[in-house]
Design a protein. Structure first.
Length: 114
């Protein structure tokens, strides 16, 4: 099982990025998927989640700015991040969970700085 995250990078405040998480080795359509982040010196925190049925929830700090979505045909989940702020700087991780199974992808780094 592999969750391959991509799309991170350096962006100016107010800019946008789209993260992708491509899953292999699982039928991701049955999994609840999520993005977490770990900011420097902080614990890992939930950013956004989407259930297998398409229900979503977001951390208060990103509501209205970030959108999580999934393309089951491509076994991929996305995180569209708009109006980025310096405090969004973090390593972002993809997570998949179903029943007793859960998997983490490697992080992709997002840096918001002028």
């Amino acid at each position: 099982v592999q969750l391959q995250a991509s799309g991170g990078g350096l962006v100016q405040p107010g800019g946008s990025l789209r993260l992708s998480c491509a899953a292999s080795g699982i039928i991701s359509s049955i999994y609840d998927m999520a993005w977490y982040r770990q900011r420097p010196g902080k614990q890992r925190e939930l950013v956004a989640a989407i259930t297998s049925h398409g229900n979503t929830n977001y951390a208060d700090s990103v509501k209205g700015r970030f959108t999580i979505s999934r393309d089951n045909a491509k076994n991929t989940v996305y995180l569209q991040m708009n109006s980025l702020k310096p405090e969004d700087t973090a390593d972002y991780y993809c997570h998949a969970q179903w029943n007793i199974y859960d998997y983490w992808g490697q992080g992709t780094q997002v840096t918001v700085s002028s």
